[in-house]
Unconditional design. Structure first.
Ligand code: COA
Length: 172
């Protein structure tokens, strides 16, 4: 298994793993099939061509995992970046793929001048992801009940934040 940053030309792999993520883990993502921005023609190509965005894929022959980092905000919010879209195919879970993806994303964020925090949101339907984030030093910042409704089920969402420089991902 290897993790690398996706580049222009990886659109097919990106769209395949994103579609799989929304299908496999509907409670973990606010988008779903039919309303996901990745379904807009040209979105994936534009994302991979944006030098301020970073998307990482895990590969085992083909793509089996994904995570992304949005560009930093402007002006008063330029000190934080948001992580999105973490997913590992079920057959490849429990083998460190998710941890490798998040660590690659954190390393990227740390390399960005002026960026002090990585933020994300994780739903109550994704306890494995929350455990992974906490093990890397992310801390809870807030909780919103009923943030998503999936098939009539109310799902809460926790905001988390990693302070770069204090995270365990940088210990080694
Ligand atoms: C969350 C997810 C990416 C983890 O991927 P993974 O490759 O299985 O994770 P890893 O093998 O790298 O495990 C890393 C850590 O995650 C946590 N974890 C993973 N699976 C877990 C499980 N079944 N129960 C509890 N914790 C778990 C543990 O802290 C683990 O560390 P450890 O092995 O030292 O105990 C995967 O379960 C997934 O794709 N889930 C569905 C999508 C999702 O929830 N996305 C999050 C969006 S915010």
């Amino acid at each position: 298994m290897s993790v690398r940053r996706l580049v222009p030309g990886d659109e097919t792999a990106l769209l395949a793993i994103r579609a799989r993520a929304l299908q496999e883990a509907p409670g973990a993502f606010s988008s779903g099939p039919g309303d996901d921005r990745f379904e807009t023609p040209g979105f994936a190509a534009a994302l991979l061509a944006d030098p301020e965005s970073a998307v990482f894929g895990a590969f085992s022959g083909r793509i089996v995992g994904l995570v992304g980092i949005h560009p930093p905000g402007k002006g008063k919010t330029a000190h934080a970046v948001d992580m999105w879209g973490l997913f590992v195919e079920p057959a490849h879970r429990g083998a460190g793929v998710g941890r490798s993806l998040v660590m690659a994303a954190v390393e990227y964020a740390r390399s960005q001048p002026g960026v002090s925090y990585v933020r994300l949101a994780v739903t109550d339907a994704a306890p494995e992801a929350a455990a992974l984030y906490r093990s890397l030093g992310f801390v809870d910042c807030g909780y919103e009940s009923d943030a998503l409704r999936v098939d009539g089920l109310e799902i809460g969402e926790t905001s988390m934040r990693l302070t770069l420089g204090l995270d365990r991902a940088s210990d080694g």
